[in-house]
Design a protein around this ligand. Structure first.
Ligand code: SF4
Ligand code: SF4
Length: 375
């Protein structure tokens, strides 16, 4: 095994292949506080990529309600039970990753779901940890809670699917870091399904090969955000490119949220894959739960996010989510307006930080009707 640097762990770790980062790494930030679990993203993906035979149970994008929702069943709990993890000293991870804890003769600590585990995509949906007493929802954090977690493939820097494949059928594109399966090479051994801790690679029994989220690469190649991003009703998603922390550029929106403000965090960084989808954690959930999920930066992230009203740059950048179908590699704020820019600094979109408010007359003389204004 090679020694590679995983900045999310604050240390080197063992991986099956030497460190080989792409020229650019596709990345995303999801704001969990804005997701309404409408599943429009799920359907946008389903109708684009997985409507064929053998793909019936495939949800390259899914949205689950935590803590009781999972797809497939108990995907995270099963691994957390066997991983000797959880030990952080400050921002350094002292526990084992799934590569370091691989059983003898195997490349990754993993498990393969049964068919039944894919049978309940909506299990736990909207299930709260308990009943909320009248008025208790005004306190933070909530004593009883749930939140929505939208999930796609993380296009990991150190993919476990790729490391697990004995055929070398899975590859990471050097131009954008997107992880793909070579359908011509794949022989359906399903080691990738066993290896991916996020269970974001699926076996198609009709074709006998594995299939996974492709980050809508034909769109990304044209500078357009993927289907689940542009169709997101809650405007929770922003696609872009991430740098290593030492090369972070504040004018890059993803770098700014992940490296500068540190409000967007990886999902289960302790697994060791350096996943490239980052989550703004839910502000109403006790951090004893979310710390295990998003790492030790959760408390500071929530503090910074809740302070956005006093931080015009951060507040303006949050307005760019869902504002354009184009990937915006740069951004800038001018007064009360935020702009998404292309690589050359040309404006792709301009968004006002404050929406205009129109109060209409209660009685419309023209149409002779009464109207009610919602405050
Ligand atoms: S479309 Fe957006 S708001 Fe709706 S479930 Fe998906 S991520 Fe959440
Ligand atoms: S999330 Fe899973 S399928 Fe996607 S790159 Fe990482 S290990 Fe592979």
């Amino acid at each position: 095994m090679a020694r590679v640097m995983n900045w999310q762990l604050g240390r080197e770790m063992s991986y099956w292949y030497p460190e080989s980062r792409p020229n650019k790494q596709f990345a995303a930030v999801f704001d969990t506080n804005k997701c309404i679990a409408c599943q429009t993203c799920t359907l946008a993906c389903k109708t684009t990529w997985t409507s064929g035979r053998g793909q019936e149970y495939m949800l390259w994008n899914n949205v689950e309600s935590k803590p009781y929702g999972f797809y497939p069943l108990a995907w995270d709990l099963k691994l957390l039970e066997s991983l000797e993890g959880g030990k952080w000293t400050g921002r350094k991870y002292e526990g084992q990753t799934i590569f370091e804890q691989a059983p003898a003769g195997e490349r990754v600590l993993g498990w393969r779901p049964e068919s039944q585990d894919y049978a309940y995509p909506n299990v736990g949906e909207d299930d709260c940890t308990g009943q909320i007493d009248g008025g208790a929802s005004m306190a933070m954090p909530h004593m009883n809670w749930f939140f929505y977690l939208a999930r796609i493939c993380n296009h990991c820097t150190y993919p476990a699917c790729l490391a697990s494949c004995p055929r070398g059928s899975i590859y990471k594109r050097p131009e954008d870091g997107i992880v793909l399966v070579d359908q011509g090479r794949c022989r359906g051994y399903q080691e990738c399904v066993k290896g991916c801790p996020y269970k974001k690679i699926f076996f198609n029994p009709m074709t006998g090969t594995s299939e996974k989220c492709i980050a809508c690469f034909p769109k990304v190649e044209q500078g357009i955000q993927p289907q689940c991003f542009v169709n997101c009703i809650g405007k929770i998603r922003l696609a872009g490119w991430i740098s290593k922390p030492e090369n972070a550029k504040p004018e890059n929106p993803i770098d700014y949220l992940v490296h500068v403000k540190k409000i967007a965090l990886p999902l289960f960084p302790q697994f060791g894959l350096e996943p490239n989808v980052y989550y703004i954690p839910p502000v109403h959930v006790p951090t004893s739960f979310t710390r295990q999920m998003f790492g030790p930066g959760v408390d500071d992230a929530i503090k910074a996010y809740r302070n956005a009203k006093n931080d015009p740059d951060l507040a303006s950048l949050l307005c760019l989510f869902g504002s354009s179908e184009m990937v915006m590699p740069r951004w800038k704020r001018q007064g009360d307006t935020v702009s998404g820019l292309d690589e050359k600094g040309n404006t792709l979109v301009k968004v006002p930080m404050n929406e205009p408010v129109h109060v209409r007359a209660a009685y419309d003389k023209l149409y002779q009707i009464s109207r009610t204004n919602c405050p």
